[in-house]
Ligand binder design. Sequence first.
Ligand SMILES: [Zn+2]
Length: 345
Amino acid sequence: MDSYHKSMSQIQDSIDKAGQPDKAWALELQVLLKKPLSFYLENRKEMFTTHNTQYGAVANQDDQDEVFSSNGYKSLYHLTTLNHLRPLARQHNMAFMTYFFLKCLDKVNYFGQQRPTSGELTRDQMYISRLLLHFLAVSALNSHELVMYEAPEAGPWSDGGISASNFVGSAISPTMDLMNHSCDPNTTKFNSGRGLVLIATRDIHEGDEVSHCYYSTYPEKPLDMRRKYYQERYYFHCQCHACEVKWPEANDIPKGFNDLRDGQLKIDHEKDGMALVQQIQKIQKLGSSISLEQRNGNYSQALAYCVEFAKIIDDTLERPHSYFVMVEMAIHKLLWILHGTKRKI
Ligand SMILES: [Zn+2]
């Protein structure tokens, strides 16, 4: 643990008693306490002045050698805040939290012993307040939930899953926070120890955008509910392909080969009927193999078959189709079982 831990543990009790509304908000206090006051004073000009949301997203014109770091304070500082879109009531709430955190810092002598007699804030306190409020806005918009995969003690790992009750904390990952959301993302992610791992679930071609899901995908929640959530939580109107063309939910998408919509088949079955039959046989065989390997606890082999399955259906069908949903869910689950943070309960 770095330097924040001692001070943070002294403050945590006060935060808990105050009934902090959003656990992710304590993140910005932890971020700040990792460094002493002198760090922020010394790096004020270099790191904590002009807020540039393009930092890391485009090549740095001033310093070609600068490398974007997922752990760097500069990367963290320049993440987007969208302050201009945040409702006034929420801004007031954040200002109140900032003042509360500032008093906590004062209590643990973060600013040293000197205090103004008038009760007004010192210049250092004003500066740290501004940073606290900024990091609060950063964490409100960029934090990720840390979760743990849980399975029943008596059953196999494949009986487990991820749910809201598995929430164990929050984290900010500046690199991942540069990525846009899609309701049909081409990646999946899982927690592994202190790390957050992102893995492609399909071939991503040069020039394609790499996307991940902030909350729920198109098969999980109706379009209106997703768009409402993203508007209220992240202040954007989702315009991913699934939203724009209004893909139906999981129950209403094709489930086999006899309920395909027009143009969904990538193989011209009138010209090459045999190729389609062979492709369907491969899909069915792989589907059975995935189930069998999972039942036998051979999760690595099941994952390898899933990857093969995903490639074959991508060659055969246009999205959306329940085969894509099923295989991407299976890949997600198998990655958690094989590499994620997990426990038996
Ligand atoms: Zn969307």
